[in-house]
Design a binder for this molecule. Structure first.
Ligand code: SF4
Length: 161
């Protein structure tokens, strides 16, 4: 979904959004049942926890660096290819509940996008992506995260929840 502004080779080299530390559990992607089943076909050892109508993965033991990875991450990148969860397809954009109103924020850890001009980041949302995100969240409210301090709000939804 971000192919127009985010070069896939940059993502392939980075993968920061697929690796987490123990403070990032809230940031792990929410999987639909179909995507969870697809991962289980490819990685039967993966474990999932049902959460708010979706699934999150059960974290492995932390590595020596204090990190754990998404079970869909391999040395060759994400095994889901173009079938990634919605959360991953819009990352580093995030949808959050800010005082009862849905808003789109951005994760600063993605330096590739975070350092772009604000007009470009917001412009891309206004060009249809925001509507797509809000519409998906209407059917999958589990992807809406509580507001997390430090995430700049780029755009509020016009209607209130
Ligand atoms: S599903 Fe794929 S893109 Fe999303 S966090 Fe896991 S490995 Fe990364």
């Amino acid at each position: 979904m971000l192919k127009k502004i985010l070069d896939s080779s940059s993502c392939a080299e980075c993968r920061l959004c697929c690796v987490f530390d123990r403070y990032d559990i809230w940031e792990t992607p929410v999987f639909t049942e179909n995507i969870r089943d697809r991962i289980l076909e490819l990685k039967p050892e993966a474990e999932f926890i049902a959460k708010d109508g979706g699934y999150i993965f059960k974290a492995d033991e932390l590595s020596e660096e204090g990190l754990f990875s998404c079970p869909a991450l391999t040395e060759n990148g994400c095994i889901l290819g173009d079938g990634k969860p919605f959360d991953c397809r819009i990352w580093p954009y995030r949808i959050m509940n800010v005082n009862g109103r849905r808003a789109i924020t951005i994760a600063s850890i993605c330096s590739e996008l975070y350092n772009r001009p604000l007009s470009q980041l917001v412009g891309f949302l206004e060009n249809g992506l925001a509507d797509e995100i809000f519409s998906y969240a209407d059917n999958h409210p589990e992807i809406v995260k509580p507001y997390y301090e430090g995430y700049p709000v780029l755009l509020f939804e016009k209607k209130f929840l």
